[in-house]
Design a protein around this ligand. Sequence first.
Ligand SMILES: Cc1cc2nc3c(=O)[nH]c(=O)nc-3n(C[C@H](O)[C@H](O)[C@H](O)COP(=O)(O)O)c2cc1C
Length: 351
Amino acid sequence: MSKLFEPAQFGDLSLKNRVVMAPMTRSRSTDQAVPTSEMVEYYAQRASAGLIISEGTSPSANGMGYCRTPGIYNAEQIAAWRKVTDAVHAAGGTIVVQLMHCGRVATVHNKPAGSETVGPSAIRAEVELFTDTVGMAATDMPRELSNSEVYEIIEEYRQAALNAREAGFDGVELHGTSGYLPMQFMSENANQRTDEFGGSVGNRVRFPLLVLKAMSEAIGAGRVGFRFCPANKFNDVSDSQPAETLQALLDGIAEMDLAYLHIMKAHTRKIDAFAIARAQFKGALIINDGFDADSAAEAVEAGVADAVSFARHYIANPNLVERFASGRELAEFNRDTLYSAGVEGYSDYPA
Ligand SMILES: Cc1cc2nc3c(=O)[nH]c(=O)nc-3n(C[C@H](O)[C@H](O)[C@H](O)COP(=O)(O)O)c2cc1C
């Protein structure tokens, strides 16, 4: 049996194997950002994963950007998530919530009443977002956060980590890539600030590092993970020094004792993100992007990483671990139902 199926301890998180379910937005929450019974079913079906990382979930109303995505900032959401975590735990699983603040990647058509689109600078993201009400829509012009408001958002993440524990999650993962708020701070085109959060690489990584510190203080670093992908341009961000950014992040988290680092293959051939993270990060490393059973087993056996995460394979294969272990063929997913409402193409894929 491959090491991929052996248990592991990542900080305070106990994994029964090293097959991790990667975070995937699936848009099955209510339009009030509350998790649904379909989500309880969907996550429980995938509880044989060593670790489930939930879909991106907003720490605040202002952090919302997409339709039917969940939040973890009010009592109704916390109670609804509790049903998800109870079902996953009853099925023997471990689950963390991925905290995703969309920042400027947001449209008023997807946002709760009274919320606002904010970002490091008043510069619009040149992308369109799907909405249930008007189809594709331009992003809002973000309002530039004042210096004290940046610290307020860090507090929102701290509270969200506490809420996550109250909701029964085993921990949290900071979504630090794909053009959302932490990545906006790390990007030259989205961040033109002149305070301690803008300018040099050291200043631009300050926001994610302070968020990780705040969440670690709140719930213990052994329950906090961080996801990053060097040179990722998704959602209109750009960083001309991705190697320096990765280095500054690794230096910043070196002494934090985080539960894990979750690294996606760099979007530039100039950086071997897995090797750099492995050499410099002393905690558990999860790697991602494009793996299958064989390449994942090989990576874990060779010590490239402690675990591998899978997103797309998890869509149509709820029992992915069992399918990998028995060498069974994988089912294909339906693209048309990735973000549609309801159980079809979501919790109806058979084990
Ligand atoms: C439908 C879908 C939704 C996704 N949503 C998220 C998300 O909410 N947060 C995140 O960090 N990555 C998200 N991703 C990226 C995946 O976690 C993963 O990095 C990517 O699909 C590559 O891994 P794979 O080759 O195993 O699919 C999403 C991917 C897909 C296909």
